[in-house]
Design a protein. Sequence first.
Length: 107
Amino acid sequence: MSATGTIDRPLTHDPQKQAPMTSSAGEPFGSATPVFSPAAAHTARQNRTREMQLIPEAMARAHMHERQREADAERQAVRLVAARRMQRRAERVSLRARRALAMAVMH
């Protein structure tokens, strides 16, 4: 019995024994993966596995970089608000001192 496999139920789960995907006439050139020998499949699988394992690490690094940037922006905003508050307080103290000096000079 010569049963052919489907995508959902492949004939075998061993990638080295599966037929390589080839492009049909309707697909543009270069859309399908190139055909390579089964001997090179192990190396390609190793590279893919290494690249796939590094994707979450790269995503975590980008996520932490974004969080660091947000924290820096938040700290800068808090410093700006505090500086404006201190400036207003200093202006009020200066005005109060000016008034006290004016009152002392007038008496």
